[in-house]
Ligand binder design. Structure first.
Ligand code: NDP
Length: 280
């Protein structure tokens, strides 16, 4: 069976068109969804991400605000900025671009965001609701991965899933979402012994490590659905965590770039539009 490419770029475009229509309806009711992004310091990769998020917002007809704060920003100043956005009735979603400079406490900053304006779904209250299976804001990257799987009707119920990576923003929420979808989930990480043995059992593999090519073709079960979250720069080129030869074995595979990345931005817009719809 030929490998099906899970085209995140095309799906994200479709989702963003749908969101633009929802934004137009909201505007007729006097509500313009607004997303505020706080960028602290001068990390070049973060600059690009933030710029892309702003462009995507504006294309959907949303209000986008980028607050740039200097590298030496204090914790107090950052939290004060977050509180000002919490109180701004025109802002539905707040996002603190990670990583923050080392002297700042990421957890405290995320906790300062009002849970209902938490566009990334990283607030502990939203994370807790996800754990409890309650309706909540779902972190954008895992939400986008689930949407990619759904778009191709990849069977999940009763299947074996292996998530490689256990971060709060990708691996852990991804594992919860797959479990909710009926998968039997294994989470692998840097202390896992024999990663290949785990991956080989999986019908669904999600690679969220940040190590180029760590998932090789010979680790995969033929026909597996493989979601490559990794973004790595190798010799100036962006590559994922999954080796390119995986396409010869996998049943479904996300490309990098053009897979999970565009879906993450689409889900960020969706989370913000959903917050605005609740406000309206
Ligand atoms: P983190 O660095 O927070 O987490 C990486 C995870 O990989 C950790 O849990 C770590 O284990 C695990 N790991 C490290 N080495 C190994 C190994 N040899 N075998 C198995 N597991 C290992 O990264 P993120 O979750 O934030 O991101 C992961 C990747 O996804 C990155 O490349 C990032 O750029 C990308 N990303 C892409 C997005 C997109 O939109 N496409 C969005 C967000 C992230 P341990 O916990 O034990 O240290």
């Amino acid at each position: 069976m030929a490998c099906v490419k899970l085209d995140g770029k095309a799906l994200a475009m479709e989702i963003r068109e749908g969101l633009a229509r929802r934004v137009a309806t909201l505007k007729e009711r006097g509500v313009t969804p607004g997303l505020a992004v706080i960028l602290v310091g001068n990390d070049p990769a973060s600059e690009i991400y933030v710029r892309n998020k702003g462009i995507a917002c504006e294309k959907a007809g949303m209000r986008s605000e980028t607050i740039r704060m200097p590298e030496e920003t204090t914790q107090e100043a950052l939290e004060e900025q977050i509180r000002a956005l919490n109180a701004d009735p025109g802002i539905d979603g707040i996002l603190v671009q990670l990583p923050l400079p080392k002297h700042l406490d990421e957890r405290r900053a995320l906790n300062a965001i009002l849970p209902e304006k938490d566009a990334d779904g990283f607030h502990p209250m939203n994370a807790g609701k996800l754990l409890a299976g309650e309706e909540t804001v779902i972190p954008c990257t895992p939400k986008g991965c689930m949407r990619l799987l759904a778009s191709a009707d990849v069977p999940l119920s009763g299947k074996e899933a292996v998530v490689v990576g256990r971060s709060n923003i990708v691996g852990k929420p991804m594992a919860l979402l797959l479990m909710q979808a009926g998968c039997t989930v294994t989470v692998c990480h840097s202390k896992t012994r024999d990663l290949a043995a785990h991956v080989r059992r999986a019908d669904v593999v999600v690679a969220a490590v940040g190590k180029p090519g760590i998932i090789t073709a010979d680790m995969l079960k033929p026909g597996a659905a493989v979601i490559d979250v990794g973004i790595n720069r190798v010799d100036g080129k962006v590559t994922g965590d999954v080796a390119t030869e995986a396409a010869e074995v996998a049943g479904w595979l996300t490309p990098v770039p053009g897979g999970v990345g565009p879906m993450t931005i689409a889900m960020l817009l969706e989370n913000t539009v959903e917050a605005a719809e609740r406000r309206a």
